[in-house]
Design a protein around this ligand. Structure first.
Ligand code: SF4
Length: 435
């Protein structure tokens, strides 16, 4: 029985016990259902075990050599390749992805750019007060889930941060207040106790709430009598009192806040609000944490920063970084690509129809370990290992702490890792005379 890290989500729980002989996984202890599903993926029905190539409009099994040659031929024909995904890959694979993008003068971006990357974009202007899971466990007395359904998206998060007893506190859950701001009564509401505050906000009105909180800046006496954004005056008062009176508060920013809202820079307003509260705070401070979904959502930014001093997407021309305002959405919207390489992601399912239909018009190379809607439209599919179970690698937890993932068993059919596949493509392109 060995202690392992779960790569089921960005919490990267490092207290999972796995019983294995190195060939099969016999038992997994301590993982939530989502984590257990990740381990079950090893033998799942939708696992891809062989390379696939589209012939006569159907995907057919192919040898590695043939699939690799077809991949390289497709990339060599491409003038504007797009590389996207990599949030379910190790940092080592992300590094190879960037190396490939540079070699083929492509545009590379990770899933983070449509998720918590938006928060970091704004932090460049207004600064950000981040925190770590350990700090939250040890110090927090206020946990605010804003637009985030932690109970289902990161199932063990509340176990760790809400129901735990901190190092510097004699008390645990009983002194911690949970506030949830969400238009939907999610499963996370079921974890609330009598002292907690459930705020069912009107959909799309988060920006109004933030603006009023900023205007009042912790002055509860001038809240509009009719309330704000579907919250009544008493709710607003309680929210303000908790935000301004917490010794150590953390706001978990969820996907609900990151969904675009018309004519607003909601994240910027939120960062400014946190700054204002912290300036006024006499007792403690408010911090932020982001709820990335995929296990290495943060890794790509760290790798890009370490290589090019730039986070987010990277655009290469003449094998050099090109300064651009483009992002993955504008690239697809403007159809400014002629081939896409997706790694560990399913954009055909996740993007709106208007974007996925544009992706489907151009050849798709997919590197993944499971069947998906993107696979059904791909020209070439290269199966890969499951990182954290069948191969080792580095990943950054949701609080930007690096965590080492260790291989537990060998992959079936000697399937290569993301890193190895990307390296094979790079080496073949180089030996064939570049792009
Ligand atoms: S919370 Fe996430 S990392 Fe932890 S066991 Fe569940 S899926 Fe795995």
């Amino acid at each position: 029985m060995k202690r392992s890290v779960c790569s089921g989500c960005s919490l990267l729980c490092d207290d999972i016990m796995v019983k294995s002989d190195g060939i099969y996984i016999d038992e997994v202890f301590g993982a939530c259902l989502k984590g257990k599903e990740k381990f079950d993926q090893v033998t799942s029905q939708n696992r891809i075990l062989s390379p696939l190539i589209r012939k006569d409009d159907t995907l057919q099994k192919a040898s590695w050599d043939e699939a690799l040659q077809r991949t390289v031929d497709l990339i060599k024909k491409s003038k504007k390749p797009l590389i996207y995904g990599l949030s379910n890959s190790s940092c080592e694979a992300q590094l190879k992805g960037i190396e490939l993008a540079k070699l083929i003068n492509g545009f590379i971006d990770s899933n983070a750019s449509i998720c918590q990357g938006k928060v970091l974009d704004n932090a460049v202007n207004s600064g950000i007060t981040l925190t770590t899971i350990t700090e939250i466990i040890n110090k927090a007395d206020l946990i605010l889930l804003w637009g985030s359904n932690a109970a289902e998206s990161i199932p063990r998060l509340l176990n760790k941060v809400l129901f735990s007893r901190g190092k510097f506190r004699m008390t645990g859950r009983e002194i911690k207040t949970l506030i949830i701001i969400d238009p939907v009564k999610t499963a996370s509401f079921n974890t609330m106790g009598v002292r907690d505050v459930a705020l069912r906000i009107t959909p799309g009105k988060d920006i109004e709430l933030i603006k009023v909180l900023k205007e009042e800046c912790c002055a509860a006496d001038s809240i509009p009598s009719e309330g704000v954004a579907g919250l009544d005056k008493d709710d607003m008062k309680r929210l303000l009192q908790h935000l301004s009176g917490a010794e150590y508060g953390v706001i978990f920013v969820g996907q609900g806040l990151l969904t675009p809202q018309k004519n607003s820079n909601l994240i910027n307003e939120l960062l400014e609000l946190v700054q204002m509260i912290n300036i006024k705070q006499e007792r403690g401070r408010i911090t932020l944490a982001m709820m990335g979904g995929h296990f290495n959502m943060n890794g790509f930014d760290h790798v890009a920063l370490s290589m090019y001093g730039k986070r987010g997407n990277l655009h290469f021309k003449d094998n050099q970084i090109l300064e651009t305002d483009e992002n993955i959405i504008s690239k697809i919207e403007n159809e400014d690509f002629d081939c896409s390489i997706f790694i560990g992601t399913d954009p055909i399912s996740h993007f709106p129809m208007s974007l996925s239909s544009k992706l489907a018009k151009k050849p798709i190379i997919l590197i993944d370990n499971r069947n998906s809607a993107t696979l059904q439209l791909a020209s070439i599919v290269l199966p890969t290992t499951i990182t954290g179970i069948e191969c080792s690698g580095l990943a950054y937890r949701l609080d930007h702490i690096p965590i080492e993932l260790k291989k537990i068993i060998n992959p079936p059919s000697k399937i290569p890792t993301d890193e190895e596949i990307l390296n094979q493509i790079i080496q073949k392109l180089k030996s064939d005379g570049g792009n």
